[in-house]
Write a protein that binds this ligand. Structure first.
Ligand code: HEM
Ligand SMILES: Nc1nc2c(c(=O)[nH]1)N[C@H]1C(S)=C(S)[C@@H](COP(=O)(O)O)O[C@H]1N2
Ligand SMILES: [Mo]
Length: 424
């Protein structure tokens, strides 16, 4: 019994419809080979970011712990200080730069979407479902990631949770894809050479040999661009994207042209020359809360409540540390304040214990975080009272904020009101 005609209906389902002379298995192989290492890097830095939250501690987890695969979790280190800035800079900048390559790769296989008949066998059906997961997964990862890197959340699910589960689904589909296409790639390189087709200019560009059901065109048009021309176009577009995003973490002159990075340009609107994600006003921090009545409570040991004057009377230390937002931007500043280990000692911190940090901000996920024993004991970890030689501004966390080397910006809690010794 035949449900569909054996011959494709006229239009894109006919092989002769697709006539680009540079489409073919070699073209798809080179685009895929170029893309794969970048996607692996983006995936790797994504899972590193997940580990950097230290989700095992306190209430740090964002992804429910029972739904989390526990793989790739380890004690996130406290150095080098720029580790998280580098990780998240790579994740978002490479993620954005690779978009033209993804589009080119999709263009190269686009006729397959219309292949006739749509389903040939159960194995073919399975392959098409796995490709749906691959392409849909990529669409989901890039759509959520790109919007998040713009600090834009036009949905009502938790970005991190969705992006995390999406990562496993997408990388699983990618693994299957690479495994099943490996022979096609090897054949294409064996027949045409890995780089040889890049030698041809437009005039010498010839179609790859047509095979029924393959990617090479049945009826090729005259070439309008060479294969190296296409790769050059993709590379130039990626380079352009680098220029308008990388400044958000690399800084220097690039920062002023980071047009695509919401917190990239200059101060991003922030006081004291660096960005602010949440202002004091948005967080509900009023001048009254941080006025003379402010106390830092140390919970554990004998328990104490310190005024800001008592904090400034303690030994002060200055450290150059980046604040590195999970959304990709970072900025290195000079922080001055009290060492966390000194405060921890007053609170009676022992082995196997860390600090729960509580903010004056009453609502939302930023209210509290838990720091590991190593993070608290690191000499560079501060309860900062100043930045750039002046008191913290309200928006940067006055009277006191956490700054811990190599940790995600989101855990550098502002407007700290309590440090509590907890088992970790
Ligand atoms: C290969 C595709 C991708 C994979 C496998 C991937 C994976 C991940 C993972 C596992 C995390 C950590 C989530 C967690 O903390 O549990 C993450 C975070 C993040 N990703 Fe991706 N990602 C991908 C693409 C992108 C792209 C293209 C962007 C956009 C530039 C992006 C932006 C982000 C951002 C901003 C975060 C931080 C979220 C937060 O903690 O608030 N990702 N990614
Ligand atoms: N209490 C509180 N602390 C907070 C935040 C917040 O919204 N509330 N934002 C965090 C995030 S996501 C980042 S990246 C940094 C930003 O620090 P900045 O505003 O000083 O640049 O502060 C972190 N600390
Ligand atoms: Mo952040």
């Amino acid at each position: 019994m035949r449900l569909l005609p054996a011959n494709p209906p006229p239009g894109p389902t006919e092989e002769s419809f697709w006539q680009s002379p540079i489409r073919g298995p070699w073209m798809t192989s080179i685009l895929g080979s170029l893309l794969l290492p970048f996607v692996v890097l983006v995936g790797f830095t994504g899972f590193m970011s997940h580990a950097a939250y230290n989700p095992d501690l306190g209430m740090n987890q964002v992804v429910p712990r029972d739904g989390d695969l526990d793989l790739l979790l380890f004690d996130w280190p406290t150095g080098p200080t720029w580790l998280y800035a580098l990780n998240q800079g790579l994740h978002t900048i490479v993620g954005i730069m690779v978009v033209p390559l993804i589009l080119a790769k999709l263009w190269s296989v686009f006729p397959k979407l219309f292949a006739w008949p749509p389903v040939k066998s159960p194995a073919h059906a399975l392959e098409r479902v796995s490709l749906l997961l691959l392409v849909g997964g990529a669409g989901f990862m890039w759509a959520t990631g790109l919007l998040n890197s713009q600090n834009y959340y036009p949905w009502n699910f938790n970005f991190v949770v969705a992006h995390y589960y999406g990562a496993w689904a997408f990388l699983g589909a990618l693994f299957v894809h690479v495994a099943t296409k490996f022979t096609t790639l090897r054949t294409a390189y064996a027949e045409r050479g890995v780089l040889k087709p890049l030698m041809d200019d437009v005039a010498h560009t010839e179609a790859e040999p047509y095979r029924k059901g393959g990617l090479a065109p049945e009826v090729p048009e005259a070439p309008t661009i060479s294969r190296r021309g296409l790769l050059g176009l993709v590379g130039a577009t990626s380079a352009g994207l680098f220029v308008v995003t990388a400044g958000q973490s690399i800084g220097g002159p690039l920062r002023s042209v980071a047009l695509l990075a919401p917190r990239g340009r200059g101060a991003g609107g922030g006081a004291q020359g660096f960005p602010v994600n949440k202002t004091a006003r948005l967080a509900g921090i009023t001048p009254a809360k941080v006025g003379p009545g402010y106390r830092l409570t140390l919970t554990g040991g004998s328990g104490q409540a310190l005024t800001r004057e008592q904090l400034t009377a303690m030994p002060q230390h200055t450290e150059e540390l980046p604040i590195a937002c999970v959304e990709g931007w970072s900025s290195t500043q000079t922080w001055t304040g009290v060492r966390l280990k000194d405060l921890a000692a007053m609170a009676g911190l022992g082995a196997g214990q860390g600090l729960q940090v509580i903010s004056l901000q009453e609502k939302g996920a930023f209210r509290q975080t838990t720091l590991s024993h190593d993070q608290v004991m690191n000499e560079k970890s501060l309860l900062a009272l100043q930045v750039g030689g002046e008191a913290l501004s309200m928006d940067h966390g006055f009277p006191a904020r956490i700054i811990v080397p190599a940790q995600p910006g989101v855990h550098n809690t502002k407007w700290v009101t309590e440090l509590k010794v907890v088992d970790v």
